[in-house]
Design a protein around this ligand. Structure first.
Ligand code: HEM
Length: 156
């Protein structure tokens, strides 16, 4: 069952997925696969103890699935579907959203790899601060695009 023609936008560009969303969604799927793989390892390790250090991968498992996958997927889809502007750049200021993508992944890696390597907890805290900055940067991008839908906004 396909999408009926009358429900498709007339401009093909309207249906395209922006580059940042493609990147974020693909990155989220990569985190999902890695997170599940590590989860499976942890599960096997519970039944048949493998290596002592494996338990140190629990924070990585959590970080990859909750922030790497779920949060990143939400931001990637939000960048794509939030209302666009009629004039000027249609998604407004994109730079803060790109900064958010970079900071989010830097923060995730700092928390996950720092945790797995047994680094001091201050590194984890630093990673969380970087993730916080990512949230702030994305809010800066998304804030002006958040508006109440009115019937006169509907295209002619
Ligand atoms: C979206 C999917 C998932 C999320 C959000 C998630 C999240 C979590 C969280 C928060 C914990 C920590 C629980 C605690 O501290 O008590 C955990 C532990 C665990 N997860 Fe997942 N998980 C997911 C998928 C999976 C999958 C697919 C597997 C296995 C194939 C798995 C295997 C495990 C195991 C074995 C533990 C316990 C590790 C240990 O304490 O030794 N998880 N998970």
């Amino acid at each position: 069952m396909g999408v009926r023609g009358e429900y498709l936008a007339s401009d093909p560009g309207t249906l395209g997925v922006p580059r940042l969303s493609v990147l974020m969604i693909r990155t989220a799927l990569a985190y999902l696969a890695t997170g599940f793989l590590v989860g499976a390892l942890l599960l096997i390790h519970r039944a048949v103890p493998l290596e002592n250090w494996l338990h140190r991968l629990v924070p990585l498992h959590i970080e990859y699935l909750l922030l790497g996958c779920l949060v990143q997927l939400a931001l990637g889809v939000a960048f794509w579907v939030l209302p666009r502007f009629r004039s000027g750049a249609e998604r407004g200021q994109e730079a803060p959203a790109w900064v958010a993508f970079a900071l989010l992944n830097l923060g995730i890696q700092t928390v996950a790899i720092g945790g797995a390597a047994g680094a001091p907890s201050t590194l984890g805290l630093l990673g969380r601060c970087v993730e916080g900055l990512a949230a702030g940067a994305f809010a800066l991008h998304a804030w002006p695009r958040m508006k109440v839908f009115r019937s006169e906004d509907r295209g002619s």
